[in-house]
Design a protein around this ligand. Structure first.
Ligand SMILES: [Fe+2]
Length: 328
């Protein structure tokens, strides 16, 4: 039986996303990047490119949980590379010192590309303490995408266990689900594939264990979600890239916590590129969950966002953008 304890509140700061958008109006529980600058710096800033975040292909979320007098902070992914991560964290004034756990959602560069930089920045601010780092063994396999002409396009590895350990991570390398912070947050185990239409990432391969060739790896079974349970609301599910398929993700979240209502899903829904063909089934599949908030970002794609808005309306759809802060 999975364990998740209710928290009083959860705040999610988007450190990296594919999109920048401070101008579109937002509901009261969301603050844009510009509004955050206004709040933090009051009158003492000049709007211009040198104080703003960069959008980049990837995702990174800083999740802060509060219960009573206790605060726990989790870094979920880092986006694709050091420079954007460092710049966005510093321009957002985000303090990484309180980060007590890192979760890498799956072994792709657009989520784990800045992990060594993140560890450095966390430990610069926490007095050099080591940081638990939750990973799955398959994240560290070498991967490639098969091109239309049959050639293999290698994709950058995420930092390996040795490099992470040298940089101050205590790597928890497991296929199993884990409760973090005494149950205040939860990292799933492998996500069962139960829908017929969610088939993963077409063309993805990984190097065989003997290193001699490539094997098909379209399911990306190393991907996991993070969930938190906010008192009076319910489960918030963070799914970084949804290679499992967001309907599979939410079915597994619901099965893991049958007594907790689903409240929100946030992250990349991977309904772009070849996965545009499963937008209709995905939108239909999402109807069953009664979500109050859908916060799509990163790899979701504009066609899927348009379809989701048509189905669920602007009250429920609150797309991610870099620098946005969600307070649940
Ligand atoms: Fe991704």
């Amino acid at each position: 039986m999975s364990r998740i304890e209710p928290v009083d509140s959860a705040e999610v700061h988007i450190l990296v996303d594919n999109v920048t958008d401070s101008l579109s109006s937002v509901p009261a529980f969301v603050e844009t990047e510009f509004a955050g600058l206004n709040r933090r710096r009051q009158d003492h800033w000049v709007l211009g490119g040198n104080c703003l975040c960069c959008a980049a292909h990837g995702l990174s979320c800083l999740i802060t949980l509060r219960r009573g007098g206790e605060t726990k902070t989790l870094l979920f992914d880092t986006g694709p590379e050091d420079r954007v991560f460092e710049q966005n964290v510093s321009r957002l004034g985000a303090d990484l010192g309180p980060v007590e756990a890192i979760v890498l959602s799956h072994g792709h560069w657009d989520h784990g590309g800045a992990m060594l930089q993140a560890l450095q920045m966390i430990r610069d601010r926490n007095g050099g303490k080591r940081v638990p780092y939750y990973a799955h063994p398959d994240m560290f396999r070498k991967r490639a995408l098969k091109m239309a002409n049959g050639t293999m396009r290698p994709v950058e590895d995420v930092p390996g266990i040795e490099a992470l350990t040298d940089q101050g991570a205590d790597v928890v390398n497991t296929t199993e689900a884990k409760s973090l912070f005494g149950g205040m947050a939860y990292v799933s185990g492998e996500i069962p594939r139960v829908t017929g239409f969610e088939r993963g990432l077409p063309g993805q391969h990984r190097l065989t264990l003997d290193g001699k060739g490539w094997e098909l790896d379209e399911l990306t079974m190393d991907e996991r979600f993070v969930a938190v349970n906010v008192k009076g609301k319910g489960l918030i599910v963070f799914t970084a890239c949804s290679h499992a398929g967001v309907v599979n993700v939410l079915k597994h979240a619901k099965a893991s916590f049958p007594d907790v209502p689903l409240y929100a899903v946030a992250g990349g829904l991977h309904l772009s590129g070849t996965n545009e063909r499963i937008i209709p089934e995905t939108v239909a599949g999402l109807r069953d969950f009664g979500l109050s908030v859908i916060a799509p970002g990163h790899c979701t794609g504009w066609r899927a966002i348009t379809a989701l808005v048509r189905e669920f309306g602007e009250k429920i759809l609150v797309p991610l953008a870099v620098g946005k802060r969600y307070s649940f």
